[in-house]
Write a protein that binds this ligand. Structure first.
Ligand SMILES: [Zn+2]
Length: 118
């Protein structure tokens, strides 16, 4: 390489530096090329009433909030035989600074993102 003209050496270096990386290497660093699709996991629980089911959903959602794939604020509950009627667990209102309200869906007073980890 030392006996090549400077311009040719420079071209070889450029090709090596700017050569496309293998797709797996790029995705390992930058993430997948496209946005992932969204799916809903239906998880049945036993509760005496809707309030109990909402409390259970709140506890489960908050305990799994460390998983980046989850949209915790979108957690909702429905009766097994009436899944078209959804009861939201969290307010999830969009607040200034692109934060979400982490209070329960039926909260009184102003929205608040304090303490929300998602
Ligand atoms: Zn709110």
């Amino acid at each position: 390489m030392d006996n090549q003209p400077p311009e040719q050496r420079w071209q070889m270096i450029n090709r090596a530096v700017f050569a496309p990386l293998p797709r797996d290497a790029v995705e390992a660093v930058a993430g997948p090329e496209r946005e992932p699709d969204l799916y809903v996991i239906h998880l049945s629980v036993a509760a005496l009433d809707l309030t109990g089911a909402l409390n259970m959903a709140c506890a489960v959602a908050r305990s799994l909030a460390f998983l980046p794939q989850l949209d915790v604020g979108a957690t909702h509950v429905s009766q097994e035989d009436n899944q078209n009627v959804r009861h939201w667990v969290f307010c999830n209102m969009i607040l200034p600074g692109r934060q979400r309200c982490g209070r329960r869906a039926d909260h009184h007073g102003p929205c608040d993102s304090a303490g929300v980890e998602w």
